[in-house]
Design a protein around this ligand. Sequence first.
Ligand code: SF4
Length: 414
Amino acid sequence: MIKALDSSWNEVDCATALGRARPAFAAILERALRGYELGFADGLALAQASGDELLALVKAADELRRRTVGDVLTYVVNRNLNFTNICIVGCSFCGFSRGPRAKDAYFHSTEDLLAKTREAVAAGATEVCIQGGLPRDLDGGYYAGLLRDISAEFPQLHLHAYSPMEISYGVEKTGLSLTEHLISLKQAGIGSIPGTAAEILDDSVREELSPNKLTAKRWIEVIRAAHGLGIPSTSTMMYGHTETPEHWIRHMLLLREIQRETGGFTEFVPLGFIHSKTRLFRKGHARAGSSFEEDLIVHALARLLLNRDIPNLQVSWVKLGFPGALACLQAGANDFSGTLMEESISKAAGADYGESVTPGELRAMIRSIGRIPAERNTTYDTRRLFPEPEGDERLPLERMPVASAGHIPLAAAY
Ligand code: SF4
């Protein structure tokens, strides 16, 4: 893992950084800053960045973020509800799923899920994110039933639920058409869909990672159908495994195309591959997750390629850790994700960055990089802006040792 980049990074402004890059490289960044659309060849040239050009890429992405969405940095107060880890799909990158007879297999009762939801609402949550494995004997009516049970008690709570894979499985289990199934979920209270299970939207990569998972075409079909019914979704990309920079660019450009057609993506979330407890890595078929440079490049590229179409770019602090997340928030991103309160999927794959963060900790970290915190709802309406620090704000120093001196410089993120 990279320990630190050049500690002078914080002192360099965008124009100076562009001046240090090769003219052809700087010209692409200048085009993006002037509002021109970048294409595949531009993205691929930027993805090779290192040294001074990586600095220029990061600074240009940060500048474009500032011009597009300003200095407000958002987060959501939410809780994950992973109702079961039993799954038949067998994705090789997944450390979360279990067979039904595994000692640590679980399927939480609806009463347990309601109890967790009550705790979340008492702690100020405006959203629960509901996802789980795909058990062989699941009743197709379970998906809508759980939404109905939660929304009956918490009608104001936003239910962000079920990946395209789970929605496709619900179609198979209920025998309904995709549209009918989505309508039943909407009637039961679904507010939006996590755009997970996208990994890389290229079937040659998907075949290697998870041959039993839905195809890229089916993922797009589910997303388009949901957006068409007024159900927004996030968009995601998993990187740091077997893919190449060409895959990143094609994936992002495909999402851009879908967004121009539907307008239904609320944000883009790059998700670094957590490798250590996965079959894919143990068998030597994937690299050990992304490097720090790759994290910066992917987030910066996302800002430069998607800026006008998907202006909200989220970091996953669960995958990146707090120092890595803060670095990527200075490389084009503008959203810190959520409090989560409970996180099982990345933890089971080997992530050790924690399962929960308080709103006060998020706000303290946001302020430490000179930005203004705001709590948002799932669809990016501001609930409350925090121009001044409040009493509950403190840096989670035990989870970000390099920050103990106070300011968290981009250069010292690892
Ligand atoms: S990633 Fe999802 S679908 Fe794949 S094995 Fe894990 S829980 Fe199952």
